[in-house]
Design a protein. Sequence first.
Length: 317
Amino acid sequence: MLGLILIILLLIALLAVIKAADIFVENLVEIGSSFGISEVVLGVTAAAMGTSLPEFGSAIISILSGSPDLGVGLALGANIWNIGGILGISAILSGIISTKKSSLKRDGSMALITSLILFIFLLIFNNVNLLTGSILILAYLVYIYYLIKDQKKENQLKIVKEEDKNTRNIRKNIWWGLIGLFGLAIGCRIMVYCTVEISDIYSIPAMFAGILLAFGTTSPEFFTVLTSAQRGLSNLAIGTVLGSFIFNILIGLGVPALLVTIPVDNIAIFYDTPVMILMIITILVLMRMKYRLSRREGIILIFFYGLYLLFRTLTPF
């Protein structure tokens, strides 16, 4: 009976988190758009950060509340699902997802470098410690610096000068953005609690529970990417996935590592992380010629993700 109640509460919290993320992203994008920020940069910053907040909130709360396996599993599982599942399904349903050559090289390369940095430090320390966290956060700051630099090069940063009206709109967006952020924090806390309790009741390993939770917390990314792709906003779609991928590792693991040392299981080091690296390499290879994903590539991504889940389920813990 308790398990059923927790499952219902988990679903309610998930719906609240999705709505809160939607409110936050919508208002954050409105603020960014009022300053003329390009679609690509909005994708890898505002949309990626906003839709990644459920993972970030759930991961950091899991880690700081004594369930580090859940937090690490969530971060890695979310990234693998972002590439294999979200992009795969979106490509199948929308037909074509394309992006700019320069954007793919910049953001795709950063995603690969980010994965390799994490993998190397995990091999050395078998955990995510203060040094690793500091380097991850520094890497994210460098990435943001180059995003801003590229934005200026494209001469797309145009400040709208409707002072009174714009100021009132921005204030409204800021307030709604804060409401969305607060909703995310509360919803994520409930989701983590329910997931941990359900995993205890049904004897589900915490690391695997983190991967399951990744399905729920990446729902904002899924709907954002799918909607963007179907509306022809492919740069926003690709940018959201790659930006979220980068954010989940550099900030999702980097920030809590400044506060506590995060232990990591061998299965995450020698299975989940290599698969995550292979998934980002796969997306770069598939898009290397025409810089787009078709339904065929989407099926390939879904197939690879299915193989990952199969072997992950059969792997002893």
